[in-house]
Design a protein around this ligand. Structure first.
Ligand SMILES: Cc1cc2nc3c(=O)[nH]c(=O)nc-3n(C[C@H](O)[C@H](O)[C@H](O)COP(=O)(O)OP(=O)(O)OC[C@H]3O[C@@H](n4cnc5c(N)ncnc54)[C@H](O)[C@@H]3O)c2cc1C
Length: 584
């Protein structure tokens, strides 16, 4: 194995950034203003006893920025209406909304900059949707997640999503961030019920958008403390959360009081090995996309009396680093790094990781090798033309391209006039297992039945028409674990009895478990969309006790961005949109 490959495999867990307290007796914490609510003692390393709630272990804390020992010595103390933990896709909209609602607001951010991800965010355009179709569409997503789905939180997003997306688009435009593209192709037409009009805006990047919004918010009076992770929550005698303790890079502490509410929006826990092992152990071998996402918000909330949603949490494992997105949901032949076919290719990209969990070492999870030929248009109508595929090809040696890195980290589309040439161009040094794998598949196609994996015969299309194309896909990057603290219907964190903890809210992937499924089978763009939405509306609720923005955005003001050059939306042409929820 090359050094490069080893580096690629190595998980980058952040270990023990800040020492956790040990040797604290349960009694020593009782009655202390900053002490988290404790429910159970767990023996700590070294034989001493530190009280932790059921859902948290000492290893979780050691892997995070959270500190257990009560902090009483502060270099500064500030007070705001709203305190937000985390400047990401939920946190920044929370800050901007707080300002818009006339509140004072402070954001503690772990990194020295805003840190946000993704690009696409979606909404349901209610003006153009049929309520019965939306209700049915919701049920189809619930079914897609085996009904382990939080309908209340989904509706919380769906009902407000057009206001939120319109709002964020307009806020973005006001700070000079234009979406790259606005799409309506995720819309569906449900026979007998009507249209669900889904709009999706793809930004140049949420990092760009959130940075620009945060910079403007700062000019408008919001206070951001960068490089200042929240390390503890402040609770009063009743257990109400009244503030947050942040740790500055010089090691000093700042106490930030919140008159109206603390919003935990600290993202997920993909870099906290013990949390990941316990709440989403299936994905421990997959390469995390991010760093420093150590579940601090989950731990802070649990220490304040909240609970982490029972696992497993829906994960987003994306095959981002490839150029064949048009084939992600197309059942073309897939082989593993040893040339073996290993799944029914009807499995969509979102679920590749689940299939691969059982048979493969971390090394074997690294790539998929997928094959098609120049009869693609006839074999998979409507997916791509041969010209589309040609446009992706990078690796013909004759064409001046570079040979792929085969079992290494090459991620691209290649071409060959023969299968041998294709495999060479893909960087595969031992072609025989792949030739055997393709031959076996072609044999099954000729027989008309997939006796190996039971794929629908309609998709059994031989790879037999030169020139041939090969795609190297990377299915292994973990983008998010979408399970957070249990919350009520207003994203207020709930305690063991299901009662909301006064003053404590959680938004983004830190709060709730809207999807509930094994993998994130949800409308495209709803991951970012629900983060924006919950960030915005938790603040409105914390400030007003209701869910009505004082300056609601109107879909009418942005809808033209979603029209095609002929002034049409995709839902104007029901024959062109799906009659079922799109799976990818
Ligand atoms: C590469 C990639 C591509 C994606 N593409 C899409 C897409 O196209 N569409 C889509 O819908 N979703 C997409 N997602 C998923 C989506 O980006 C996430 O679900 C979403 O960004 C989560 O937002 P969040 O606010 O909950 O967390 P984050 O955006 O991760 O924000 C959390 C913030 O909290 C900060 N923080 C952490 N701990 C602390 C602490 N102790 N104190 C203070 N601050 C703290 C972090 O630094 C971070 O800035 C993608 C994810 C990745 C990684």
């Amino acid at each position: 194995m090359s050094d490069k490959t080893m580096a690629f495999n190595r998980r980058s867990f952040v270990k023990g950034g800040i020492a956790a307290a040990s040797g604290l007796a349960l009694g020593a914490l009782a009655g202390c203003g900053n002490a988290p609510v404790k429910s159970q003692a767990e023996p700590a390393a070294g034989g001493s006893s530190v009280a932790l709630p059921d859902s948290i272990t000492m290893a979780d804390v050691e892997n995070s920025a959270v500190e257990l020992e009560p902090i009483t010595d502060f270099a500064a103390e500030e007070t705001y209406d709203i305190v937000v933990v985390g400047a990401g896709c939920a946190g920044v909209p929370a800050v901007v909304t707080a300002l818009e609602e006339g509140a004072t607001v402070c954001c503690l951010q772990k990194e020295s900059i805003v840190s946000a991800n993704g690009a696409g965010a979606s909404c349901v355009a209610h003006k153009y949707s049929d309520p019965a179709a939306v209700a049915r569409w919701t049920s189809l997503w619930a079914e897609e997640n085996l009904w382990r789905f939080n309908r209340e939180l989904f509706k919380y997003w769906e009902e407000r999503s057009d206001e939120t997306l319109s709002w964020i688009l307009q806020k973005g435009l006001a700070v000079g961030v234009e979406p790259n593209v606005c799409l309506t192709g995720e819309s569906v037409y449900l026979d007998g019920l009507g249209t669900v009009a889904v709009c999706k805006a793809i930004q140049p990047g949420n990092q760009v958008l959130m940075e620009a919004l945060a910079a403007q918010a700062e000019k408008d009076g919001a206070v951001f403390h960068y490089s200042t992770p929240a390390v503890q929550l402040v609770q009063d005698e009743s257990g109400a959360v009244t503030g947050v303790v942040g740790k500055a890079s010089d090691g000093s502490y700042i106490k930030v009081n919140a008159n109206k509410g603390v919003i935990l929006a600290a993202g997920d826990y993909m870099n906290n090995e013990s949390l990941l092992n316990r709440y989403n152990g299936d994905v421990i071998d997959w390469q995390p996309d991010l760093i420093n996402h150590t579940g601090d918000g989950h731990i802070l909330g649990a220490l304040a009396g909240g609970r982490i949603a029972p696992g497993p949490h829906p994960r987003q494992i994306h095959s981002l680093f490839s150029d064949d997105r048009m084939f992600l949901a197309t059942p073309i032949l897939s082989l593993d790094p040893e040339g073996n076919r290993f799944m029914n290719e009807e499995v969509v990209m979102t679920d590749w990781n689940t299939v691969m969990k059982y048979r493969y070492s971390a090394d074997m999870k690294k790539h998929l090798y997928r094959f098609l030929d120049s009869a693609v248009e006839e074999k998979f109508p409507g997916v791509a033309t041969v010209e589309d595929v040609e446009a992706l090809v990078q690796g013909t040696i004759e064409g001046g391209g570079e040979r792929g890195s085969g079992l290494g980290v090459g991620l691209a589309t290649y071409k060959g006039d023969t299968l041998e040439e294709l495999l060479y161009n893909m960087g595969i040094d031992d072609p025989q297992p792949f030739l055997d794998g393709i031959a076996r598949y072609n044999e099954l196609c000729a027989s008309g039945a997939d006796t190996d994996f039971g794929k629908n015969p309609a998709y059994m299309k031989a790879v037999d028409t030169p020139p041939f194309y090969g795609i190297i896909n990377n299915p292994e990057t973990l983008s998010a674990n979408n399970g957070g603290l249990l919350v009520d219907g207003h994203y207020q964190v709930i305690d063991a009895e299901g009662n909301p903890i006064p003053g404590l809210f959680s938004a983004g992937v830190n709060g709730g478990d809207v999807c509930g499924g094994i993998n994130w089978h949800m409308p495209a763009g709803s991951s970012n969309g629900h983060c924006f939405n919950a960030g915005r509306y938790t603040v409105i609720y914390a400030l007003t006790g209701g869910l009505t923005p004082s300056k609601p955005a109107k879909f009418e003001d942005v809808e033209d961005m979603f029209r095609d050059p002929n002034g049409k939306f995709m839902w104007d042409k029901p024959e062109l949109i799906s009659h079922d929820i799109p799976r990818w």
